[in-house]
Write a protein that binds this ligand. Structure first.
Ligand code: TXA
Ligand code: MG
Length: 349
């Protein structure tokens, strides 16, 4: 059909990919692979022991459900129509799937009664998230494995998501055996998660597809925001109302919301006085910082560079990271970028 993937474009790495696919089929060790958003940590979504391998490697809480990655519409339909179930993809998703798949969009579907998916994938929910990534390596890997792959981002739990193979190695070395290296990720933030099973439909996580893009699709004109960015500024307690620590580098992140006054020379000098090393992530207006002990980084291609900038400053061993925020409606991934930064931030200004 129109969604089928041609395998013959892959030449050089086919043997490597076949090894990865064989490991996915015959062991419970997950495989890290690139997608256009972030690197994923994949396992056969139909085998419980394989899916548990993901939670183990990541140290992820088991009540956080995983996204099921498919390489064709048929493969998704096979999940919905198996063991006597005859579900179909709800029509509300049709314009989205046509427009954004393969790509950074995850749709929430009802999990059929006799689902072939391992229960660990859905963490007990009656629904599951599905997405068809656009990275060719991801598509080929799924095709070779012959099963849908459950895959969260391939970072250790709480760390920034990996947007390069090296980031995966930094987090999971010794815990997994294979990382397929597809170079740096194109999008740099995770997929947008949408729920079209409710009326009006909602966005559960902002990501690579923006609310404006969704609103142009029939049936999605009134899509609502179903996630929460904590909106009060100032010091934010870590514990209440926030279940998981997320996207966090080792150093505390101090987020300057768009329009906030940038950090004064006094503030910067204060860190130096205390012999603390400061990391600064700039986006639009802040001038380049110079002189030690400041490490400055541009959030190059803002979404694409976000997670690697946080990781880079960690490598310098800075004591604090000041980040120049952007407007949520600055561009297609801006809301996703600010959502991740607000989750990562210890303090917001
Ligand atoms: O771009 C991405 O989506 C990446 C790449 C690897 O595909 N994956 C990713 O997975 O970000 P993960 O596990 O880090 O995030 C999955 C998100 C979580 O916010 C989870 O709560 C939500 O999807 N999710 C999964 N299944 C769900 C369901 N049935 N209902 C609501 N939310 C669900
Ligand atoms: Mg994640």
């Amino acid at each position: 059909g129109e969604w089928d993937v041609k395998l013959d474009v892959i030449t050089t790495d086919l043997a490597h990919m076949q090894r990865a696919a064989a490991q996915l089929k015959s062991t419970d060790i997950p495989v890290a692979f690139p997608t256009e958003t972030v690197y994923g940590l994949g396992a056969d979504a139909t085998r419980s022991t394989a899916v548990r391998g993901i939670f183990q490697a990541k140290q992820r809480p088991s009540d956080n459900p995983l996204i099921v990655h498919v390489c064709s519409i048929q493969q998704l339909k096979d999940i919905l129509c198996s063991n006597g179930s005859h579900e179909s993809i709800p029509p509300i998703y049709q314009p989205l799937v046509r427009k954004f798949w393969p790509g950074p969009l995850t749709i929430i579907l009802p999990n059929p009664k006799e689902s072939p998916l391992a229960p660990e994938v859905t963490a007990g929910l009656s629904t599951f998230g599905a997405r068809m990534p656009r990275s060719l390596l991801a598509l080929v890997l799924i095709k070779l494995a012959g099963v849908p792959l459950a895959a969260p981002s391939a970072n250790a739990s709480t760390r920034p998501s990996p947007t390069a193979a090296e980031h995966v190695k930094d987090d999971l070395d010794g815990r997994i055996e294979i990382i397929l290296d597809g170079g740096p990720c194109d999008v740099g933030v995770e997929s947008t998660v949408v729920d079209g099973l409710t009326n009006p439909p909602s966005i559960l996580r902002p990501g690579g597809i923006s609310i404006e893009q969704l609103r142009k699709c029939p049936g999605w004109e009134n899509v609502v925001i179903g996630y929460q960015d904590v909106s009060e500024k100032g010091i934010r307690p870590r514990a209440p109302g926030m279940k998981y620590r997320h996207y966090s580098p080792k150093a505390p992140v101090i987020l300057y919301e768009a329009g906030a006054k940038r950090p004064s020379a006094d503030i910067v000098r204060g860190y130096a006085h205390r012999r603390q090393r400061l990391g600064i992530i700039r986006t639009k207006f802040w001038p380049p910082a110079c002189g030690l002990p400041i490490h400055s980084t541009d959030m190059e291609g803002i979404a694409r560079g976000l997670f690697s900038a946080l990781r880079e400053l960690d490598k310098y061993g800075v004591d604090a990271i000041l980040v120049e925020g952007i407007d949520d409606d600055e561009g297609d991934s801006a809301a996703a970028v600010m959502n991740r930064l607000r989750k990562a931030a210890e303090v917001r200004v």
